[in-house]
Design a protein around this ligand. Structure first.
Ligand SMILES: Cc1cc2nc3c(=O)[nH]c(=O)nc-3n(C[C@H](O)[C@H](O)[C@H](O)COP(=O)(O)OP(=O)(O)OC[C@H]3O[C@@H](n4cnc5c(N)ncnc54)[C@H](O)[C@@H]3O)c2cc1C
Length: 432
């Protein structure tokens, strides 16, 4: 082998931009995947996402085998494994698709330096988003920090070329013809192999996308696409999905633009992972009441929409977007608990956890992010329920004891919480 293609958050062959580039320009391209011990060591041993990745790697391996090639899977640090492969096999170039998270950028920078010293090229391609980095900027070349003008420019720039599928299938003869070593098992990596959660299907729900405007805010029905997990791990192509949305539903397209927006924000403003995007919000004095935090985690706050959402998350690894906004607002504004604590809880539980979108969503809810609602707009969880789950259908599904004496009283009074958060935010922001 003379070339490697390194799969990361792009676990598919079809319409894979980086793989296409490697196969088009090189011969004997060996696809690889690395279970990165730096990432795995931070996860619990029953993490369902590792199981999902493992399943998808098995599918990918089979797909390559049918093409007369195979996916070689490693376990360890990419910074050890890739330079070793380059040294031992005379590899001249390593291709991959770009990743915009701070950890990945740092890792790729180090790898680039290592490979340059070994006289090997390291070539990244855009695949995870439609527009990346500086492709959509303000007239002065600076990144947008407000969504609406960003989305307007995004749409102006879009043309068919950006949505075209990469014809990987035309260059499959460039794949290295080998039989790889068997796939490492979950147990060998210290993980349990029991699937406790149902993974959403990767079929395009064409009807849902068409009717998205009417259904997207109702958590009791299947009114959203549930493709977030597949977009996160690249088991579907965002270009194909955007193409579908463009021809059938602009509101749905806007959601994909939000996704691009947050990827662009994390790339340009990596400080927002740990700190408030708007610096002055780091002056807020948070409370931390452990009993209240636990009640939120367990879905026992006495606010049924909040509780239903948290129980859905705990049981399935998914939560409806409307309810994500409500529970995040409740934690940060009603309980005055730091958004970073809620963000970390979501990061552990969400199957579709995507750092950029999670940080974006949490900072939006707490008011500290780019383009967030003004802090004095505090979601009322009761009126949100009246609007979006009028018949208590979603609530009764997840909180069966709701309406019985076993259901807890609210852990905090709405009016008190509202006044407290307004005062607390005002003090912090006025002291700027
Ligand atoms: C506090 C909070 C945390 C969130 N954390 C995540 C996260 O970790 N991972 C994640 O993928 N999304 C996150 N979101 C965004 C959104 O809730 C989910 O993308 C959506 O609920 C996934 O369901 P779906 O696939 O049915 O979405 P659909 O409504 O069908 O939307 C289609 C796709 O568009 C993208 N999308 C939709 N809304 C948003 C948004 N607001 N921001 C960015 N992308 C969006 C997703 O990739 C989604 O799969 C978060 C939102 C909030 C308020």
């Amino acid at each position: 082998m003379t070339t490697l293609f390194w799969h990361r958050r792009d676990l598919r062959i079809h319409d894979n931009a980086g793989l296409y580039k490697a196969l088009f320009s090189e011969k004997n391209v060996q696809p690889i995947f690395i279970f990165d011990t730096a990432i795995l060591s931070r996860l619990k041993k029953d993490d369902q996402r590792v199981l999902f990745i493992h399943q998808e790697i098995e599918v990918l391996k089979q797909a390559y085998t049918q093409l007369g090639s195979d996916l070689q899977v490693y376990y360890g640090s990419p910074l050890d494994i890739i330079p070793e492969l380059v040294n031992n096999h005379g590899v001249k170039s390593v291709f991959c698709n770009r990743d915009y998270e701070p950890y990945a950028l740092e890792r790729d920078k180090t790898l680039f330096e290592q490979l340059t010293a070994l006289n090997c090229a390291f070539i990244g391609t855009k695949d995870h988003v439609i527009f990346e980095k500086n492709e959509v900027t303000k007239a002065d070349g600076l990144p947008y920090t407000v969504f609406t003008p960003y989305s307007r420019k995004w749409k102006e720039k879009l043309n068919d070329d950006y949505l075209k599928a990469y014809p990987v299938e035309k260059h499959l003869d460039s794949l290295n013809k080998i039989t790889a070593t068997p796939l490492i098992s979950l147990q060998e990596m210290g993980f349990e192999s029991v699937q406790k959660m149902a993974f959403p299907s990767k079929d395009f729900p064409v009807n849902i996308i068409q009717n998205y405007n009417d259904t997207r805010d109702i958590p009791a029905i299947k009114g959203t696409s549930k493709l977030s997990l597949h977009l996160r791990f690249g088991t579907i192509s965002v270009r194909a999905l955007a193409k579908q949305a463009l021809s059938s539903n602009e509101t749905y397209l806007n959601e994909l633009i939000w996704r691009d927006f947050y990827q662009m924000i994390i790339f340009h403003f990596p400080h927002s992972v740990k700190n408030s995007f708007k610096k002055q919000y780091d002056a807020i004095q948070w409370e931390y009441n452990e009993t209240q935090f636990n009640a939120w985690c367990e879905g026992k706050t006495g606010y049924p929409l909040v509780d239903a959402g948290m129980r859905e998350l705990n049981a399935t690894g998914f939560m409806h977007n409307r309810v994500r906004m409500v529970v995040a607002s409740f934690l940060t504004k009603h309980l005055l608990i730091d958004w970073r604590i809620g963000e970390a809880y979501f990061a552990e539980k969400l199957l579709d956890f995507e750092l950029a979108s999670n940080i974006g969503g949490w900072q939006w809810a707490s008011g500290s992010g780019c383009d967030a609602a003004p802090y004095f707009r505090v979601f009322n969880p009761t009126s949100q329920q009246e609007k979006f789950d009028k018949q208590f259908t979603y609530i009764k599904k997840w909180v069966p004891e709701f309406g019985t004496p076993n259901y807890p009283a609210p852990i905090i009074e709405h009016k008190f919480a509202r006044e407290r958060v307004l005062n607390r935010y005002k003090t912090a922001l006025n002291n700027e």
